[in-house]
Design a binder for this molecule. Structure first.
Ligand code: GAP
Length: 465
């Protein structure tokens, strides 16, 4: 029977998730205890990929820009921060339970799945008159708003006065430090702060592997501007986000920029454009760009009693800066990048005689993001080759993430490296002992070049550019 496109996509996702577990990228959290839903652990290769994405973002959004500075604020902040930001009163999703099977849903998701209008008054939970449980057909409870912030207590006494929250976004830590940064770094508007860090949301429904988790990581910029220039800056950041998508290997046809309409925007935003990626499980949000106006600084001025006015050092114009916020998720970047890179080659492409001619998988990650850059593969396990191969590994390890592999045939070892996206495989053979050269194979072109061992580092550095 012919496979439908939907089945193929589900199958692709299942194969990817299985590869990521089998090859040490991503594991279910607390797996030996049955796992914790919507929590995942990055394994040895996953953390390298994730760190490479974070490093690339920091370079592009912070380090390479004279108008940007970095931040690393505390996860637990003064509870007033979340009162001021509106998260305590507004950061909620509508929740319903099935009376029969006790499953829990987001009411707005049920409305959109039923093609009923998901538009409703966000202050009140929506009415779900004729909607039944999609799993068992049972009746649903009335919907009620459920705040997504995780609450905990600070200090030994668990009373109302000790309540604090795990931050639901990294943004807050940058708004409350606006004055500190202007004063200490003498930043002139327009300028921005960038931060990478964990955020926590007690999501009602979690789904699709690392797409929606309760603990995740964000890459956020708060860019402070003169309000009269907001449209110009908004367009500039749209372009920068496009460049970022290209840098992590996303093809333009695989994501769409979607203008978010009034009621669907976050409560603080006057304009939002979502970058939606075509994941195997459907087109869904990858990143967002929002015009947060002066909402946050004004609220913090009101709740803290501190003056958030800014005076331009040249024009002496005085105003509360407005904010453009490109907000990116680390985990969704990892996911989109992996989906994009996962390539199956029917019938294989290996030319070695011992290669099995069935399906080959190549993870075509951008070279700069690949968790392992170089694999060192001595042609045989014979003791004559090991010392030279190990020396090459030792010499290259300080410059590149390397892996040494001497087990099974060379064809199988190439395939193992292709599966994890290693750009370069170095084969050390018996001629290497004579000519002090090795064969370097490129993951994508499969071209093999003989390179002098003393020139390897320069050769790979050049190729990685
Ligand atoms: N400061 C604005 C803000 O937090 P958001 O659209 O709620 O906006 C920004 O989140 C990004 O964080 C999303 O585009 C997505 O990449 C990521 N994100 C949000 N919730 C997430 C979750 N539950 N799991 C994984 N990533 C998430």
């Amino acid at each position: 029977m012919a496979k439908t496109k939907k089945n193929e996509s589900i199958e692709k996702m299942e194969k990817l998730v299985s590869l990521l577990k089998r090859r040490g990228f991503i594991f279910q959290s607390s797996e030996i205890y049955g796992g914790l839903s919507a929590a995942y652990d990055y394994g040895p290769l996953g953390v390298e990929l994730k760190n490479n994405i974070k490093k690339a973002w920091w370079k592009m959004f912070v380090a390479d820009r004279p108008d940007m500075v970095g931040m690393d604020a505390a996860i637990i902040m003064h509870p007033k921060v979340w009162e001021a930001s509106g998260h305590i009163s507004n950061f909620s999703d509508p929740l319903v339970d099935c009376k029969k099977c006790k499953r829990r849903y987001r009411a707005d998701h049920l409305l959109s799945a039923d093609s009923l209008s998901p538009e409703y008054d966000k202050a009140k939970a929506p009415e779900l008159k004729d909607v039944k449980c999609p799993e068992c057909g049972g009746d649903l409870t009335d919907s009620r708003n459920f705040n997504l912030m995780f609450k905990t207590h600070m200090g030994p006494v668990e009373d109302e006065g000790s309540e604090v929250y795990l931050r639901p976004e990294t943004a807050g830590g940058m708004f409350v430090n606006f004055k500190n940064v202007v004063d200490t770094m003498r930043m002139r508007v327009p300028f921005g702060m960038g931060q990478i860090g964990k955020a926590f949301r007690n999501e009602i429904t979690t789904e699709n592997f690392i797409f929606r988790m309760r603990e995740f990581e964000q890459l956020e910029v708060e860019y402070f501007i003169n309000p009269k220039d907001w449209k110009k800056h908004f367009e500039e950041w749209l372009n920068i986000m496009d460049n970022w998508c290209a840098l992590i290997g996303l093809k333009k046809e695989n994501y769409e920029k979607v203008e978010i309409k009034g009621d669907d925007r976050a409560f603080y935003s006057k304009r939002t454009v979502d970058f939606e990626y075509k994941y195997p499980f459907g087109q869904k949000e990858l990143y967002g760009l929002a015009y947060r106006t002066d909402y946050d600084l004004t609220q913090h001025a009101k709740f803290s009693g501190q003056d958030m006015d800014y005076t331009d050092p040249v024009t002496r114009e005085k105003y509360i800066p407005h904010v453009i916020e490109p907000s990116l998720g680390v985990d969704r970047s990892v996911l989109a990048c992996l989906v994009e890179a996962y390539t199956e080659i029917e019938g294989g492409r290996s030319t070695t005689t011992d290669a099995i001619k069935d399906m080959e998988v190549v993870l075509k990650l951008p070279y700069a993001l690949a968790p392992v850059k170089v694999a060192i593969l001595p042609l045989s396990k014979k003791e004559t080759l090991t010392p030279l191969a190990r020396k090459i590994q030792k010499d290259l390890t300080s410059s590149f993430a390397c892996m040494y592999d001497e087990t099974s045939s060379i064809g199988k070892r190439y395939r193992r490296q292709d599966e994890i996206g290693t750009p370069f495989c170095i084969t050390v053979d018996f001629d290497s002992l004579e000519d002090n050269a090795v064969t370097v194979r490129d993951r994508d072109t499969m071209e093999q070049e003989r390179i002098e061992i003393s020139k390897l580092e320069g050769y790979i550095t050049e190729k990685l550019k």
